[in-house]
Design a protein around this ligand. Structure first.
Ligand SMILES: [Zn+2]
Length: 299
C-alpha cells in the first residue's frame, strides 16, 4: 500500500482532526515529476485535514514514507542546480545567524541537502559539513560539483548516533514528509546539547497565502503539510526544543527563474543569450511567507 490515513494529528497526536479542504488533483497519480523542487504547477493540493488543537493542516490520506522516499530517490531536477547562485544567497542569512549562536562553529548537518549548496557555503565559512539527501541524482551532483559527500537515504529511517552536531538545518524539508514530528525529534537526538536547529517552512497563515488563496505557490503536490506558528511551536516543544529566534525568510531568485515561472514571460528566456543574461540578475523576494525558526537543544 502506497497510501495511508491519519487518525491523529501528525504534529500533536490530538484526535481532534477534521476535514478541511477538498484536494485539487488525483493523489493516486502522484509521481516523481509532480514533486520536483522547481515544479511550477502550483495551486494543487491533496485532500487536507486540520487539527483543531494545534492548527496543523495536512494531507489525509497521505503517501507512506517508503513510497514518497522512493519517488524522491529517483527524481532529478537540473533547473534547481541552475539556480545555485540565487539559492546560495538564501542560505548565507541562515549561516550568519547560526554563526552568532555558535561562533566556534563545528559540525553542521543539512537534512534534505539537495545538491549541497548550503553545505558548500558552510564549508567555506569554516563549518564541517555533512548531510543527507533522498535523491541519488542530487547526491551525485553534490559530490561532483561541490565535493560534498552526502548520505543517501531517508532521514527519519536511517540509524544515527546522538549528540553529533552543533547545528542541523532543515530548509523546506518537513512539509515534504508524512512524519514531521519524527524528523524534528531525530534532529534533536543528533544535535549536541546546546546545539541549534534551523527550520524553514512555508507559513499558511502568512499574508501572501491569504491573498493568493488557491493560487498560493506553496500549494503543490510535493507539500504534504502546511504549518503555522501554532503547529511549529507545538512540534518543536514536544520534541524537546526551545525556540530562540523566529524570522521571516527572504527568497532570492534569478530573474530567469521568475520569468520561467510566469507563463506570459516565457518567450523572454527562449533566446539562449538573453536567457543567460537573466540568470545573472538576482531578485530578492521579501514574500515573508515562510518561517525561519531557530530552536535550541538545551543543555
Ligand atoms: Zn495537532
Amino acid at each position: 500500500m502506497n497510501f495511508d490515513t491519519y487518525s491523529r494529528c501528525p504534529v500533536c497526536t490530538s484526535k481532534n482532526i477534521h476535514f478541511y479542504k477538498n484536494g485539487s488533483f488525483d493523489f493516486q497519480t502522484i509521481n516523481r515529476d509532480l514533486i520536483k523542487i522547481t515544479d511550477s504547477d502550483y495551486g494543487k493540493t491533496w485532500d487536507l485535514w486540520k487539527c483543531l488543537d494545534c492548527g496543523h493542516i495536512f494531507a489525509n490520506p497521505y503517501p507512506r514514507q517508503e513510497f514518497i522516499h522512493s519517488l524522491y530517490s529517483t527524481s532529478e531536477d537540473p533547473l534547481y542546480e541552475e539556480e545555485a547562485q540565487g539559492r546560495g544567497k538564501n542560505f548565507i542569512g541562515i549561516l550568519t545567524i547560526l554563526e552568532k549562536f555558535h561562533p566556534e562553529k563545528g559540525k553542521l548537518f543539512d537534512v534534505g541537502a539537495a545538491t549541497g549548496i548550503l553545505l558548500d557555503q558552510a564549508k567555506h565559512l569554516g563549518w564541517i559539513p555533512s548531510g543527507i539527501e533522498a535523491s541519488q541524482w542530487c547526491v551525485r551532483v553534490a559530490k561532483e560539483k561541490h565535493k560534498i559527500h552526502l548520505m543517501e537515504g531517508d532521514f527519519v529511517a536511517v540509524e544515527m548516533k546522538k549528540n553529533l552536531f552543533t547545528a542541523v538545518t532543515m530548509v523546506d524539508f518537513i512539509e515534504h514528509i508524512p512524519q514531521p514530528f519524527e524528523a524534528v525529534s531525530k534532529a534533536f537526538k543528533i544535535l549536541s546539547p546546546g546545539g541549534t536547529l534551523c527550520l524553514v517552512t512555508p507559513d499558511i497563515e502568512s499574508f501572501a497565502a491569504r491573498i493568493t488563496g488557491k493560487r498560493w505557490w506553496h500549494f503543490r503536490p510535493a507539500h504534504l503539510a502546511y504549518f503555522s506558528m501554532g503547529s511549529i511551536s507545538k512540534m518543536l516543544e514536544r520534541a524537546g526544543f526551545k525556540i530562540v529566534k523566529v524570522k521571516k525568510y527572504v527568497w532570492t531568485f534569478s530573474a530567469h527563474y521568475l520569468l520561467s515561472r510566469l507563463r506570459p514571460f516565457k518567450f523572454l528566456i527562449k533566446n539562449a543569450a538573453l536567457g543567460s543574461f537573466w540568470k545573472k540578475i538576482p531578485i530578492k523576494l521579501a514574500l515573508k511567507d515562510s518561517y525561519e525558526i531557530y530552536a535550541r537543544k538545551e543543555n
